[in-house]
Design a protein around this ligand. Structure first.
Ligand SMILES: Nc1ncnc2c1ncn2[C@@H]1O[C@H](COP(=O)(O)OP(=O)(O)OP(=O)(O)O)[C@@H](O)[C@H]1O
Length: 318
């Protein structure tokens, strides 16, 4: 099957020397792909090349086999930009009518689609209000509706939930789950690792314009992870013996947390449930009271920070 999105050495260097370099990736039809990276990594630049808004300085890319920037490619995509502004003198419905017209939707088909989308993104009640009276979250919902108006097979969403409150984020997440069910390809630029963990099949991590890692989300999550243990009766002098008995490094948790006077948080990196059970056993065998055992962080967070910090450290040493 032709990939929904394919990029081969795609590069954009701005005169500032920044941008993104040599990006090669392929996203299958119906896949949800998470594109992660710290601020300024080059995520939006990459997406803008794919949607035909920025001309690449090198490499090539295609949408469903059509070169990026071509009319055929653009007909097949929906795009929610990161920093968007709609005509604030128009009503939400009028903005959607304009977008429907731009993509050739007319008459009752356009009318039906607009009503359906206004409801789906949760601004149906305010469709007659002018955009200038919309909150940021409502404008973001409107943007999402604009991206979906032509019912495109490939959707690029640049931070679709950045202006939304927790309830709004949950609604957008449900909408994205629905898009996946409909078999759409979703390319998601986001800082919300939770969303990537929940929605995406695969993920790429961009750092300083280059891809650091790409692979399946499930694969990333299977990597070993840190756990935190809240224990009572702990003495620092017993730590070395505890590490020896458990046969792995256990440290005092730097994150601290609500340990209280009688308890402290310890931390260890474990590879399996069996090893986790073994650490718990050793803590108790050494006379400690075990109050809580929790994962140190969201696992994808840990992967993200580990990869970015690892690269920064490598550069310092190199
Ligand atoms: N038109 C431009 N001219 C010069 N430099 C630019 C231009 N657009 C972006 N940049 C620079 O290129 C780098 C990548 O920017 P980009 O917006 O793609 O990053 P990003 O990963 O999307 O960041 P964020 O998460 O903050 O939105 C940044 O350092 C940015 O300052």
């Amino acid at each position: 099957m032709i990939p929904a999105i394919s990029a081969e050495g795609l590069t954009k260097m701005y005169s500032s020397g920044l941008g993104c370099r040599g990006i090669t990736l392929s996203v299958g039809q119906g896949e949800a792909f998470g594109f992660l990276g710290p601020n300024g990594a080059g995520k939006s630049t990459f997406v803008k090349m794919l949607v035909g808004l920025v001309r690449p300085s090198g490499g090539s890319a295609a949408i469903l086999g059509h070169p990026v920037g071509s009319l055929e490619a653009r007909r097949r995509i929906g795009y929610l930009p990161e920093l968007f502004r709609y005509q604030e003198w128009l009503t939400g419905r009028e903005v959607l009518e304009l977008h429907a017209k731009l993509c050739g939707l007319k008459g009752s088909a356009a009318e039906r689609r607009i009503l359906q989308l206004l409801d789906a993104v949760g601004i149906g009640q305010r469709a007659g209000d002018r955009v200038k009276h919309y909150s940021k979250g409502m404008q973001q919902r409107l943007g999402l509706a604009c991206a979906l108006i032509s019912d495109p097979p490939v959707v690029f969403l640049d931070e679709p939930a950045s202006a939304l409150d927790p309830l709004g984020r949950r609604e957008v997440r449900e909408l994205l789950i629905q898009l996946r069910r409909e078999g759409k390809t979703v390319f998601l630029n986001t800082h919300l690792l939770e969303d990537v963990e929940l929605l995406c099949d695969r993920v790429a991590l961009l750092h300083q314009g280059e891809i650091l890692h790409q692979g399946s989300v499930a694969g990333m999550l299977q990597e070993k992870t840190r756990w935190r243990f809240r224990v009572g009766g702990f003495l620092l002098s017993g730590l070395a013996e505890l590490c020896r008995a458990a046969n792995l490094p256990i440290t005092l948790s730097e994150e601290g947390g609500e340990g209280g006077l009688e308890s402290v948080w310890l931390e260890a990196e474990v590879e399996s449930d069996e090893q986790l059970g073994w650490v718990n056993h050793q803590l108790m065998a050494h006379g400690l009271t075990l109050y809580e055992v929790v994962p140190a962080k969201n696992k994808l967070d840990e992967w993200f920070y580990g990869a970015v910090a690892g690269r920064a450290q490598g550069r310092e040493q190199g």
